[in-house]
Write a protein that binds this ligand. Sequence first.
Ligand SMILES: Cc1cc2nc3c(=O)[nH]c(=O)nc-3n(C[C@H](O)[C@H](O)[C@H](O)COP(=O)(O)O)c2cc1C
Length: 243
Amino acid sequence: MKVTVFNGSPRGRKSNSHLMVELLMKGAREAGAETEEVFLIEKDIKYCRGCFACWVKTPGICAIKDDMPALIDLCLESDYMGMAGPVYNMYMTGLLKNFSDRFLPLATPHIHRNDDGSFYHKGRVKRFPRQFFIFNSGFPGGHNFELLEHFVEIVKRGGANRVVLEIYRNCGEALGIVEDEEPAVARRINDFREALRKAGHEMVASDKVRPETVAQLHIELMSDEEYMAGANRHWDQALQDLG
Ligand SMILES: Cc1cc2nc3c(=O)[nH]c(=O)nc-3n(C[C@H](O)[C@H](O)[C@H](O)COP(=O)(O)O)c2cc1C
């Protein structure tokens, strides 16, 4: 059983996304999986050129020579494929979007109609891994996940059972807090971390994540006011340090 996560944060190994992925992977390993996290920022992934060579010249094969073909192979060898990253301008980072665009060789050219009237391209591969998503936002509240939630809804149209877990974690910049002057906040962050480990374990052990665990992944870490005050204190300090 292999779980691979593609981390699309430009912060790479220093990201909040990585912090979350690591805990989920820990749970997955405890349930017997082999895990791998790929930091997209460390890879050579060029933009899709829109040439459609992968459809009509060399079907299934991209014309660009970079790291992407190996990453697609890695994805297809996996049982679970995760995408992780921060919200940037209300959506996923350019890194993650660029990575997604480069999956075009796995689609076939002809246009088909879904039952709901929308359109799609049939896939070229027989088996695509189950997917999960781990997003975090710098703002409190949930508004900043609206586009990502819609994106995941569209992924689900590709197969009702395809998406096994969705995490939309607000207050992302608080995740690094271990000891806080407010013990209740530290406790909730620890509960959230524990939920990540549990989610990874359940995903691998039973191919689903219990609704209780999903709820735990979305608990309020602190009030909007507390988060805003903490973040604004941080920025004040940073500006003061400038002199
Ligand atoms: C260019 C840029 C755009 C951002 N846009 C948003 C946004 O639209 N909504 C939001 O909640 N946070 C936004 N953020 C904040 C990040 O989502 C936040 O810092 C996050 O915790 C970073 O996660 P990471 O460490 O995994 O990269 C933005 C940050 C940057 C640098």
